[in-house]
Design a protein around this ligand. Structure first.
Ligand SMILES: [Zn+2]
Length: 163
């Protein structure tokens, strides 16, 4: 029996780290939400990146509202980055969410290859923590730039990946 953490319950680190088939995150009623402290988010804190408390969630898609099973993963909070232009540390707000559709099998997953949405195989093992961490990593700019350097814009030596 898989553990389901609902709103208001005490979500533990073990709940976040619990690895299971991705299809379980798409099961009706699944929801996990809460604060993830920096010690859990080791993968996001390598190099010069630091994280404060990040609020994360993984919530199943309502089967009546979505043609395909799946879940919504979100990450929000503050991360600390170092500007690649001036070398100053700065705070970067993250508020990101993605819908991930869960395929029944390899064939279905392959048939979605050209679709714009994100997808994962139902038997792929993952944890709510890994999903939130991936979402967080996606939100971090490839070339971090502080607001001041970002505002200087065009003449800056590195290309703008994010506007
Ligand atoms: Zn800068």
């Amino acid at each position: 029996m898989t553990k389901i953490a609902r709103d208001g319950s005490n979500v533990t680190d073990a709940d976040w780290k619990f690895r299971q088939n991705a299809s379980n995150f798409a099961r009706q009623g699944y929801a996990i939400r809460g604060l993830l402290n920096a010690s859990l988010l080791a993968r996001a804190t390598d190099g010069e990146t630091t994280v404060g408390d990040i609020t994360g969630s993984v919530v199943c898609l309502d089967k009546d509202a979505s043609a395909r099973p799946g879940f919504v993963v979100s990450a929000s909070g503050q991360i600390g980055l170092v500007c690649q232009s001036c070398g100053e540390a700065f705070e970067f707000p993250v508020d990101s969410q993605s819908v991930v559709h869960v395929a029944r099998d390899e064939a279905e997953l392959a048939s979605w290859e050209d679709e714009a949405f994100e997808s994962i195989g139902g038997d792929e093992k993952t944890s709510a923590l890994e999903l939130v961490e991936d979402e967080l990593l996606l939100a971090i700019p490839y070339v971090p730039r502080c607001e001041k350097c970002e505002a200087m814009g065009e003449d800056a030596p590195v290309s703008r990946e994010f506007s």
